[in-house]
Design a protein around this ligand. Sequence first.
Ligand SMILES: O=P(O)(O)OC[C@H]1O[C@@H](O)[C@H](O)[C@@H](O)[C@@H]1O
Length: 315
Amino acid sequence: MDRPNKPSAISPAGGAPKPSVHTEQGKVIASLPTGDSVQVLLFGATVLSWKSNGRENLWVSDAAKLDGSKPVRGGVPLVFPAFGPPPKDHATGKLPQHGFARNSHWEYLGSSSSESGKLASGGDDSIKLDFGLSHAQISDDAKNAWPYDFSLVYSVTLAKDGLQTMLNIQNKGDKSFEFQMLLHTYFRIDDISKVSINGLGSTSYIDKMLNATTQTQTDPTVRITGEVDRVYTDIKQDTTSILQDGKPRLDVVREGLSDSVVWNPWIEKAKGMSDFEPKDGYKKMIAVEVGAVDGWQKLEPGETFEGGMICKAHL
Ligand SMILES: O=P(O)(O)OC[C@H]1O[C@@H](O)[C@H](O)[C@@H](O)[C@@H]1O
């Protein structure tokens, strides 16, 4: 007898579509059978594109340099081992703004589809790309400025339900070091005037627009109406949500990290950045950057630190 709700046939092993990965022009590109995709530039291990449901979720400047001549203006540049201009009296003091990770040529370590971290989907519904950077691979200038033996593994997992990016930092040397790290994510939005950000209410922040004074986020919703450069610290809620027209557009979940930077250069600062195009591109982006940037993290020899984010796209 034919059952009305009989289970559908299971496709034979190997028959189902699988994620695909290929490399081209210094990039690693992975796609899911759904069409969702991610592109990572080996220079900086910079995630350049993350598409879900046919929509790009990241903003990259039209004038971004992808040739290794400067950090990419857009996507997800990796900030390590110092955030902002490093203090001159710190061990990172001779490094450039935001450190060397976004300026270095990373190694592609390979892909796997068996793990999905904390994303709900796994197996053939996800693909993980691993990238590595160690002391031996950075420039002589960076080695001289920061003479510590370290290893970074950056894992980018694309799944049906989101994108996870995790940075694992290990001290491989015989002396301790201090660092900061940040995933400087430029999210693409339709119109900054319609964007609101939730999940930062009652949190303290350092307002770089107000002489780095400490403020408190009294309004549970952040709206962007001018240049914003804030470092929210010790955030209690794991998730920061970007809403457009009041509807959820993107969720950013911190993993092992408790700080977030909210940044938009607005009109004048965008004009001053030669690699920021179009000049009114500030209307189409909002940087919500997860990290450990309040003070310093210390790693003793052999110790590791791991932190990152899960991004989920809505709409
Ligand atoms: O121009 P850069 O080095 O990429 O930095 C962009 C911005 O990065 C943000 O994370 C900082 O808070 C800002 O102060 C800075 O302007």
